[in-house]
Ligand binder design. Structure first.
Ligand SMILES: C[S@@+](CC[C@H](N)C(=O)[O-])C[C@H]1O[C@@H](n2cnc3c(N)ncnc32)[C@H](O)[C@@H]1O
Length: 214
């Protein structure tokens, strides 16, 4: 048995990880004060994990599905090589001001392209091959996004899907009204059976499915 990740353990991990930059700290704070559902923001640990992943992988092209206030996009941009870029898609136009406010203060802003629109419509119009995709939009459509991006991911490229444990609800009997949990269960089973990929489900934060296109 492993130790349960309590709030104290999470605080200990945060206090023993490189602190957030001042920009990310302010974005995190403003999101918590002014935006609905601030729990959606990746946060310090996951954000730093994404930065480190980008440093390790050095992808030239990254796609994020679900920008929210732009926290993870900035974290990923932070780890990109000099010629790396991110396309990030957000459906909620009310978030555009806060996203642009923080992107405009970020020194590597030239690496980030924001697309305001529905990912299901924006992805088919992106004429690119991606080395890395971070899937973090509405859970009901994970399989749709996965199938839309799959042809655009290079062999050896990675897709990370966030929140696949859904606060542990994934193990419980699903209520009829709970479409997200049912969709995530379908997604996790779907990935396991997909012979085009190798995958590992990491119990980091709310569960991250790491998928390599082979
Ligand atoms: C969990 S949040 C993203 C958090 C962000 N990736 C981060 O780590 O800071 C999910 C976002 O996906 C957006 N979203 C939901 N459906 C979408 C769609 N069809 N196309 C694009 N964005 C969508 C939501 O508006 C929300 O802002």
């Amino acid at each position: 048995m492993h130790a349960e990740i309590t709030e104290e353990i999470e605080e200990y991990c945060e206090s023993h990880s490189t602190p957030e930059s001042d920009l990310l700290y302010r974005l995190n704070r403003e999101t918590n004060l002014k935006v609905m559902n601030p729990r959606m923001l990746s946060g310090h640990l996951q954000g730093m994990f994404l930065t480190c992943l980008m440093k390790m992988m050095q992808p030239k092209s990254v796609l994020e599905i679900g920008t929210y206030t732009g926290y993870a996009a900035i974290c990923m941009a932070e780890g990109l090589p000099e010629d790396g870029t991110i396309d990030t898609i957000e459906i909620d136009e009310e978030l555009e001001d806060i996203i642009r406010k923080y992107f405009s203060q970020y020194e590597n802003r030239h690496k980030i392209n924001l697309h305001i629109g529905d990912a299901a419509k924006v992805i088919p119009a992106l004429n690119k091959t991606y080395d890395f995709v971070f899937m973090d939009a509405d859970k009901e459509d994970y399989i749709t996004y996965y199938e839309l991006v799959m042809p655009k991911v290079r062999k050896g490229g990675f897709i990370l899907a966030d929140n696949v444990l859904w606060s542990g609800k994934i193990l419980q009997e699903v209520k009829k009204s709970d479409k997200d949990t049912a969709a995530l269960q379908r997604f996790n089973d779907y990935i396991l059976k997909d012979e085009r990929v190798r995958n590992v489900l990491l119990p980091l934060r709310d569960g991250i499915m790491v998928i390599e296109k082979i």
